[in-house]
Design a binder for this molecule. Structure first.
Ligand code: NYM
Ligand code: MG
Length: 212
């Protein structure tokens, strides 16, 4: 056991339907952890800043058409291109708060009718989150929240299917939080769950890969 090695950071993922409040809660959690002196960064997938990310973004904006399997693999590749950096950050003690990850990848593609196991396969070997905070909100409620945007997938009927696949993907890393509660209440719950997770990781919880 290397006593000189630094306690590792945690991989904390927020998941949920479009308009479930993920992005706001990621920002709140980030500033809470930062103001408490933790080394922490906010990431998001898709990461639209890379070459692959730009292809994904243009697809989501309906500016390009792609085969369902091709776009699925691009979303996955967008995570793979960040894997090495992700591992370095975590091992050097930085906690990552990530807005969407492999669960979005599988749920959205499976909702189109692609086989679930086929969808999961390219995610195998990515770093498994230490904690998935799922903001649970009925699709109808999400749709009411200022309405959806114009991006692909932002349609009520489709989001209902996505919700079913998310449900099927739940594992022991998940904590389901009622996204219909007041924003401050959700914020408080996420803080507590994140803090617990960070302590466990500091105390030696091992890093593992998906899907295990
Ligand atoms: N999405 C996101 C996928 O279909 N597959 C993925 O792997 C990921 C990470 O992209 N509707 C979908 C979910 C969203 C859309 O995400 C864009 P955001 O968080 O709205 O930028
Ligand atoms: Mg969106």
């Amino acid at each position: 056991d290397d006593k000189t090695s630094m306690a590792r950071g945690s991989l904390i993922v927020l998941e949920g339907l479009d308009r479930s409040g993920k992005s706001s809660q990621c920002a709140k959690l980030l500033s809470y952890l930062q103001s408490n002196g933790f080394s922490v960064e906010a990431w998001r997938f898709p990461d639209r800043t890379t070459g692959i990310g730009q292809m994904i973004s243009s697809y989501l904006l309906n500016e390009s058409q792609l085969d369902d399997r091709a776009i699925h693999l691009l979303f996955s590749a967008n995570r793979w291109e960040k894997r090495a950096l992700m591992e370095r950050k975590l091992k050097s003690g930085t906690t990552l708060i990530v807005d969407r990850y492999s669960y979005s990848g599988v749920a959205f593609s499976a909702a189109k009718g692609l086989d679930l196991q086929w969808c999961k396969a390219p995610e195998e070997g990515l770093i498994a989150p230490d904690l998935v905070l799922y903001l649970d909100i009925p699709p109808e409620k999400a749709a009411e929240r200022g309405g959806y945007g114009t991006e692909r997938y932002e349609k009520l009927e489709f989001q209902k299917k996505v919700a079913e696949y998310y449900y099927a993907l739940r594992d022991s890393s998940w904590e389901v939080v009622d996204g219909c509660l007041k924003m401050e209440v959700v914020e408080e719950k996420l803080r507590e769950l994140a803090m617990n997770c960070i302590l466990k990781c500091q105390n030696g919880k091992p890093l593992v890969n998906l899907w295990s």
